[in-house]
Design a protein around this ligand. Sequence first.
Ligand code: AMP
Length: 493
Amino acid sequence: MGFSDLGLGDKVLRAVEDAGYVTPTPIQEQAIPIVLMGRDIMGVAQTGTGKTASFTLPMIDILAAGRAKARMPRSVILEPTRELAAQVADNFTTYGKHHALNKALLIGGESMSDQIRIIDRGVDVLIATPGRLLDLFERGHLLLSDVKILVIDEADRMMDMGFIPDVERIVKMVPKLRQTLFFSATMAPEIRRLADAFLMNPKEITVGRSATPAETVEQFLVKVATPSDRRPGVLQKEKRDALRRLIHAEDVKSALVFCNRKRDVGILHRSLTRHGFSAAQLHGDLAQAERMQTLKSFKEGSAVLLICSDVAARGLDIPNVSHVFNFDVPSHAEDYVHRIGRTGRAGRKGRAFMLVADEDRRYMAAITKLISAAIAPYDLSSSPPENAERAAEKTTSETPVVSEEREQKRSPRRRNDHRREKVPEPKSEEMREIAVSEPISPRKPVAAKPESKQEPRKEKRERTERASPGPVVGLGDHVPAFILIEPFGSKRK
Ligand code: AMP
């Protein structure tokens, strides 16, 4: 079956052809004719299945007839994250290039006045995260009484992120007589309850099993032995060592590295950068403009590794990701499937690795149960230990895995340039963890934190000496003062 058999108009078909698509994906084949008929849909599909085009293509056709009034969007698409919303907006630009439809992207972290101006002119499609949409509605900039089509995308993720009450409020604000398209990667009982509440006689479409990793992704486990030293940070250091060796052992063109916590994204990013890798970071605490810019530069290939959290990276459509590294075993088994689904897209091959320590046993069991398969072990011991020189020499065709900064470090002529580099000041806790475990960087002044203005040097030194917990592993004779400072509120033994 081709796209022309689905009932789409000529202009949309031309845009699809321009995009280079030849055959509709299973969800497109099933959903597009039903959406064109005006029926509700409950789609169980993951990202990477062509789900976005399955609703945007017919929507463009439907919206082509009619005109938007000021402040009254004709359709609303709700997305859990700003990046996904921006991605859907890009889809509208691509597939709607032969139409004159107006769209507005309402996401937090971007200028509200610009968004208000666009809504005032009248929009056919409003693509929004729930919070920003409610914000603008409550301020009276938006009327939802003309909404004919409502799309709720990634419903399971909305639930994980606590957005369901917002979504329920929005559903109450749009007319009862409407078409609703509801998508979720999984159909947990709570999601089904919502679907029952929001949809009228929907056509249910399930694409593949809800938790099946793409067949194009080869999966491996890398065991990380639990160190005898149980201090927090030591295992993390072992994992960072293992990750670096793994990256060197693999032919990494472009990779996502997932951490479970935002804080660890920052630590790992800083560590990899200090080891000379070409890395960027993406997590929810970064400013919106920074997130967009990071994503853009990663997509363009100016960083080889993108260290990210689940929320920030969920559903991102980044072509040509050769590897996914799970630095942490995800605590929700389904996240594993989502993470590794970032590679092996559109029929390409991908490789996914997961670092596993003993303490991850429970989460690992949940993952193997979910995917109904064991993951092959990968023997990292057969790859040579990390070698900085070798690392610095390894390159990919476009961007070196090890960044040019590292190369600069090797050139005495340019050594002074690093002093001028603006290094973001790490939070002290993060700094402590890296500094304790990785005394590797002669380049960046990890320990060179400025002295506090409030406390005279002598008193500080005395306090530091009093607080000394004994020798610190990994730092040789020199122990930077900040490591020895007693944390506030802690009692000396
Ligand atoms: P999605 O599941 O919507 O995130 O789409 C995943 C990727 O598949 C995107 O890069 C789309 O551009 C691409 N795609 C969508 N439909 C097709 C198709 N029919 N043929 C080839 N690629 C497609």
